[in-house]
Design a protein around this ligand. Structure first.
Ligand SMILES: Cc1ncc(COP(=O)(O)O)c(C=O)c1O
Length: 399
């Protein structure tokens, strides 16, 4: 098998699995229990939180564990909305009364993951106003439109760090500056970028950040939301006092330990992995351009720029006259796992909202193919994949 869908998920690495194992059946105590035995589990959770905070250069108290990127995105967006409505927040009655007539306004980009888009839609159904800011042909946010959209009712700007389909990395510094200038909270969904590119909360003005372990060889079902000190958001899950009362529920100790281990390894190897992936990405694009007539690079073209504003493990192309779903089936027959867009949207017949937002036609949007890989991809595998795509495209064009 040639696995080219790392943006969808990754395998749990051996070292991560080993770090997790003791917390299933040996040190299985509930971190909230008071006896000594359970304190091992509690220590594991707090050590993990400290380790993750160290990697991010923040205070451990700013990290809240969640069930993954989707929950973190929901929390950031809906809690910012609830807070503004004065519904579930710690707002005083007079604050709440003062805001009663106002309609909280949320801004996101048009190319967010569904976890953000659907949270915004839900907030809209509860009374929020949502602005979806357009992007250009490479997938970069229109910063002027962003600034113009801000009003005194804007409570949150949510823009993803890097896109899960074509890998465009947004200018977070510029977005953070705009958010600070207008005193609006800035949330970034960093699920695809976490552990892949350096992130700086202070330089980028980030108030809230979502991440997920399963994109970096950690387990599925564990993520985090960073809530910077001073940002007041209401609790998301109500019940016990876990996560300082903001996210109730017995902690998933093995997963938390696995997340911290996976992140530690990803951060330690980020630079060297990045270098190799950039080489492979260029090689992939060059070879595809040579072998597949009528294909176009989607988003930033790394063959034409030295700026590193595209995730290095991402290759996305649109192929004239081809339905990506049909091509994927042919690739699958050859043991190649790839994607026609985001995994969460597959199964739906809708064309990618990301590609449409970048100005692609419906036909072009249906032809999008994403290959996401890591530094261990062998050049023979790359060649085999290019050849399989060439053959598949030829066959589909004949039929
Ligand atoms: C950009 C982005 N945000 C959010 C998510 C959802 O994360 P999770 O699968 O941990 O819920 C994903 C997963 O594909 C993603 O790529």
């Amino acid at each position: 098998m040639i696995y080219l869908d790392h943006a969808a998920t990754t395998a749990v690495s051996k070292s991560v699995r080993e770090a997790m194992l003791p917390y299933f059946s040996e040190d299985y105590g509930n971190p909230s229990s008071l006896y000594l035995f359970a304190q091992k589990a509690k220590k594991a959770v707090e050590d993990s939180r400290r380790s993750l905070a160290g990697l991010l250069g923040i205070n451990p108290r700013e990290i809240y564990f969640t069930s993954g990127g989707t929950e973190s995105d929901n929390w950031a967006i809906l809690s910012a909305f609830y807070s503004a409505m004065g519904k579930k927040s710690g707002l005083s009655c007079s604050d709440a009364a003062g805001q009663k007539q106002r309609q909280p306004h949320i801004i996101c980009s048009a190319i967010e993951h569904h976890a953000v888009l659907e949270s915004c839609k839900f907030a809209e159904s509860l009374g929020a106003r949502v602005s979806r800011i357009p992007v250009d042909r490479e997938g970069f946010l229109d910063l002027e439109a962003l600034e113009q959209a801000i009003t005194e009712d804007t409570v949150l700007i949510s823009v993803m760090t890097a896109n899960n389909e074509m890998g465009t990395i947004q200018d977070l510094r510029a977005i953070g500056e705009i958010a600070k200038k207008h005193e609006v909270l800035f949330h970034t969904d960093a699920v695809q970028a976490f552990g892949q590119i350096p992130l700086s909360f202070s330089e980028m003005g980030i108030d809230l950040l979502s991440a997920s372990a399963h994109k970096l060889h950690g387990p599925k079902g564990i993520g985090l939301l960073v809530i910077r000190k001073g940002v007041r958001l209401p609790a998301f899950l109500h019940g016990g006092a876990q996560e300082r009362g903001f996210r109730a529920g017995t902690e998933n100790v093995p997963a938390i330990v696995g997340f911290a281990k996976a992140a530690k390894e990803a951060f330690a190897t980020m630079v060297e992995r990045e270098q190799r992936k950039r080489e492979l990405q260029k090689m992939f694009f060059r070879r595809l351009l040579q072998e597949v007539p009528g294909m176009q690079i989607t988003g930033v073209n790394p063959l034409e720029t030295s700026e590193e504003n595209r995730l290095s493990g991402n290759v996305h192309i649109c192929i004239e006259g081809i339905e990506a779903e049909s091509l994927l089936l042919l690739l699958d027959q050859k043991g190649i796992c790839a994607s026609a867009g985001s995994a969460c949207a597959s199964g739906s017949v809708e064309p990618s909202h990301v590609l449409l937002a970048m100005g692609k036609s419906h036909v072009e949007a249906y032809s999008g193919l994403r290959l996401s890989f890591e530094e261990d991809l062998k050049e023979e595998e790359l060649e085999f994949t290019v050849e399989a795509i060439r053959e598949g495209v030829e066959r589909l064009r004949r039929e």
